[in-house]
Design a protein around this ligand. Structure first.
Ligand SMILES: Nc1ncnc2c1ncn2[C@@H]1O[C@H](COP(=O)(O)OP(=O)(O)OP(=O)(O)O)[C@@H](O)[C@H]1O
Length: 216
């Protein structure tokens, strides 16, 4: 599903990623753990095409990402990749339903089909009776689930999550973890999750330990 070879990244003089090699299989749920500053988020952003490496190769499916222009990269991201972040950046002036629909509309899909998909996803996530609420009328856990639905609207093959449960209480965190596994079972989606949550890491198929810009 995803192969990264010799990924290196510098921020000015700072050598943040020092040659990361990584393979993720389709349908796998893998966690990346490691000390603060070891390069986890940087790696996730590069694998998710939000940032470019200074050296190395990322291949997703049969697409080698290095050779894509910015525009092609954005199109690729919109079609194939989903992101879930700790701070989910829902748009406050839009309803839960609209927040979920926006990436689908941006991908040029039919408005009605996107809405039907979004309602289905929100129902699946236990938010069927919250679709018209704006973010400030949703709990933290509900907002996070809306963000997950938004990440899934274009049926991405791979979902990158950066501390997805960082701001949730343990009950909501557990629910979101379960959800990843349910989705994997239903759609065979692939998840790569950066987390400090020991419980989530232990549940995943594989734990990758990062230290000093390398997987050790
Ligand atoms: N845009 C940037 N410009 C300069 N330095 C950066 C930038 N982004 C990250 N860094 C530095 O790169 C290093 C790795 O950061 P990164 O966010 O990848 O670590 P992390 O392992 O995800 O940490 P945490 O667990 O605290 O989120 C850190 O030293 C950080 O200060």
């Amino acid at each position: 599903m995803l192969t990264a070879t010799n990924i290196q990244k510098y921020y000015g003089q700072l050598w943040v990623l020092k040659g990361v090699d990584l393979q993720i299989k389709q349908g796998e749920i893998a966690s990346i753990v490691g000390p603060s500053g070891s390069g986890k988020s940087t790696l996730l952003h590069i694998l998710g095409t939000l940032d470019k490496p200074d050296k190395g190769d990322v291949v997703v499916g049969n697409q080698r990402l290095n050779f894509l222009s910015e525009k092609q990269m954005a199109a690729f991201r919109n079609r194939h990749v989903g992101f879930v972040f700790q701070f989910h950046h829902l748009l406050p002036e839009f309803t839960a339903l609209e927040n979920v629909c926006i990436p689908g509309w941006m991908a040029g899909r039919r408005k009605k089909e996107v809405e039907e998909n979004a309602v289905e996803l929100l129902r699946m996530l236990g938010l069927g009776d919250r679709i018209d609420n704006k973010p400030n009328a949703l709990s933290g856990g509900e907002q996070q689930r809306v963000a997950v639905a938004r990440a899934l609207i274009n049926k991405p093959a791979i979902i990158f999550a950066d501390e997805p449960t960082g701001n949730l209480d343990s009950a909501n965190a557990r629910e979101l973890h379960q959800l990843f596994f349910t989705l994997r079972q239903q759609f065979n989606q692939t998840f790569l999750i950066v987390t400090h949550n020991e419980e989530l890491a232990q549940m995943s198929d594989r734990i990758l330990h990062m230290k000093d810009g390398k997987i050790v």
